[in-house]
Design a binder for this molecule. Structure first.
Ligand code: KG4
Length: 343
């Protein structure tokens, strides 16, 4: 009997400020290379034009390194999967064009991937010789990143429904924008996380939104935080410096509370106890601890991806590409990137 050829997917991610390439073979990750762009730090946020230029410089060396680390040759690749959106158009264009060229030159199929769906499917990345314990369908996924805050009902790999989402800013944006006001470097989320460990989460009280159903809002908190600091600075110009840890702890506590209220509500409404979290903000230690405590209290089975698969990465694009490859869901050469999308 002829031996089945393994399914080997090259994944390409370039939706924001990380250029990444990964190789997945039959669901097992062989390599995942991420080149982060430092250039944006001095501007306090991602500058789209600079991001596109950096992607252009990074894409070939990153793919080359991913191939070398996988121990495979480009002839072994079954298909190339790329992030089609959502994201920054110029950045997406670099990954999309590279993937099209690679597909044409190698005579292999092209697979478009929705970045948000990929964040969820990061939960299914297998590592060689490591324990593999993915969530069982149906599960709820709290997707929290720099651009999105959503609660997703996941019925199957490619069958997902957004049942709640932010009507304005994302949770990551709330971290980053409030951090910027305190003079912390970009992106502020990890800095707030670090300082929060040293502070009192109940020292300051910030506003929580009253938004119906399972939706989120973070812009009110951002404004409340900004005005609070502005008022305090009028009487004490060192207020931020003197209270930084407590400010970070109280801000983080409020963001987590906002996220948890709707997640609890979604779990109660659907009766689902398989709960997962994905996206860059799921790296937050306070959120992880709160989720763990809540899971024990409410009998949830909790799933959190490994740190490197929560941030933007191509491993999640490659694994999503594999699920689409298995369903023969291929993309034509005429596909153009999209900046915004739904799942
Ligand atoms: O998913 P991701 O890598 O990409 C975007 O959607 O852009 O998420 C990046 C976001 C940023 O807002 C960053 O501040 C936030 O994730 N983030 C964190 C932490 N690590 C990353 N937020 C809070 N605590 C962290 N430890």
């Amino acid at each position: 009997m002829e031996k089945r050829k393994p399914v080997t997917i090259l994944g390409i991610e370039s939706s924001c400020d990380d250029t990444s390439a990964a190789i997945v073979q039959d669901g097992v990750i062989l390599s995942n290379v991420v080149a982060s762009q430092k250039i944006h730090e001095e501007y306090g946020g991602v500058v789209p034009e600079l991001a596109s230029r950096a992607h252009q410089q990074n894409i070939i060396p990153v793919v080359d390194t991913a191939l070398k680390r996988s121990g495979l040759k480009k002839e072994n690749i079954s298909a190339v999967a790329f992030t089609r959106g959502p994201g920054l158009l110029g950045s997406l264009l670099v990954g999309t064009s590279f993937a099209k060229g690679f597909s044409l030159a190698s005579g292999i199929p092209l697979i478009e991937v929705n970045h948000l769906q990929a964040h969820v499917l990061a939960l299914f990345i297998k590592e060689k010789d490591a324990e593999f314990n993915p969530p069982k369908f149906p599960f709820l996924c709290l997707l929290v990143s720099g651009g999105n805050s959503q609660i997703i009902l996941v019925r199957n790999y490619l069958d997902m429904e957004v049942i709640g989402q932010t009507i304005d800013d994302a949770a990551g944006e709330a971290f980053d924008k409030c951090a910027k006001v305190m003079g912390l470097p970009y992106p502020g989320g990890p800095h707030v996380d670090k300082l929060a460990k040293l502070g009192n989460p109940r020292k300051f009280e910030f506003s929580k939104p009253k938004i119906p159903e399972l939706n989120y809002s973070f812009s009110g908190l951002k404004t409340n935080f900004l005005y609070f600091l502005r008022d305090q600075l009028k009487t004490n110009e060192n207020f931020i410096e003197e209270n930084k840890a407590d400010l970070c702890a109280s801000l983080q506590f409020t963001i987590i509370e906002i996220l948890m209220i709707k997640l609890r509500k979604a779990a109660t409404q659907t009766g689902i106890k398989e709960i997962a979290v994905a996206g860059g903000v799921s790296a937050n230690s306070g959120l992880r601890n709160t989720l763990q405590t809540e899971a024990q209290k409410l009998n949830w089975n909790l799933y959190i991806p490994k740190f490197e698969y929560t941030m933007d990465n191509a491993a999640m694009i490659a694994i999503t590409g594999m699920f689409k490859f298995n369903e023969n869901l291929f993309t034509g050469q005429d596909a153009v990137p999209f900046a915004r999308t739904q799942l």
